[in-house]
Design a protein around this ligand. Structure first.
Ligand SMILES: O=C(O)CCC(=O)C(=O)O
Length: 284
């Protein structure tokens, strides 16, 4: 975990530049086990490439990744990454999507975009989502390291989709994780190497937003029941600010057989009222 000073530094850098890189965060054995799990997932799906230019005709993207085995369950829970994402959004953030980004040789550059291109919200704006790109290969200029425009999350306009602008390649050694604000202008680079570029995108969003993947319906409940509690909460089994996401005033985590801890704002306000009255009674 980051200490207070490290967290403050990272947060300031994230706010200023729109991104932060944690270098060599993931140990070699973990990288290998994730790649092995990704290959097994690909095999189970018949090694199919994506079908749009945005996703990449020579790219394998496996969505709903938590359903492909326990090897992926720790990814959204990686302590330093989650700690920074929580500091940027808040502790009631959600996992928005988890998918592989395996760029095959010959994959052209992705169109320039930001990660909220469909939501035409005013800019600049407070961060609404944070993408954590896990580099499981060395990210190089040649193999398609993500290309970014540092500071562009503060621009007052969105990127011209697919436009040509000056970018820098987010080169980083395997095992590094780059977190960036969803408003940052970026795209996946072209893979001009002979090797695949392995990566995972772990995308978090504010707890009140609709998630990009429908994780409550997309992950079978018997699978979600086996997740650690924090992962269940990240997938949407929780109540944001005691109000958003409740089921008949109950914390939805009860559906997974867990003890509900969160109460709704209405219950909380009655309790606070009762406590205030009890306090007055004692004082009288
Ligand atoms: O593959 C990459 O490096 C970036 C992918 C990306 O930005 C996206 O799919 O939104």
């Amino acid at each position: 975990m980051l200490n207070d000073e490290q967290l403050r530094e990272r947060l300031e850098s994230f706010q200023e530049q729109g991104f932060v890189v944690f270098e060599r965060l993931i140990p070699q054995e973990r990288i290998q086990s994730l790649i092995a799990a990704m290959l097994a997932a690909e095999e189970s799906r018949g090694y199919s490439y994506a079908k749009t230019s945005f996703e990449g005709f020579k790219t394998v993207r496996i969505n709903n990744l938590l359903t492909y085995g326990e090897a992926f369950w720790d990814v959204p829970l990686q302590p330093e990454v989650l700690q920074l994402a929580e500091a940027v959004l808040d502790k009631e953030l959600l996992l928005s999507s988890l998918c592989t980004l395996t760029l095959g040789p010959g994959q052209p550059a992705q169109p320039l975009h930001d990660d909220m291109q469909q939501l035409r919200l005013p800019r600049p704006r407070p961060p609404l989502a944070v993408n954590a790109v896990w580099a499981l290969s060395d990210f190089t200029e040649q193999n398609g390291a993500t290309r970014i425009v540092p500071g562009s999350h503060r621009y007052d306009h969105p990127p011209p989709y697919g436009g040509e602008v000056e970018t820098v390649a987010a080169t980083m050694p395997a095992g590094s994780v780059m977190l960036f604000d969803s408003a940052l202008w970026h795209y996946g680079g072209a893979n001009e190497s002979a090797e695949r570029r392995y990566a995972i995108s772990c995308y978090y969003c504010a707890g009140w937003m609709r998630q990009q993947e429908n994780l409550q319906l997309g992950i079978p409940q018997d699978v979600a029941r086996r997740f650690p509690r924090r992962l269940q909460e990240l997938c949407g089994y929780g109540i944001y600010k005691g109000q958003y996401g409740h089921i008949d005033n109950q914390d939805p985590i009860a559906m997974l057989g867990r003890e509900p801890l969160r109460t709704t704002v209405w219950e909380a306000s009655d309790r606070a009222k009762a406590a205030r009255s009890a306090g007055k009674g004692q004082g009288a």
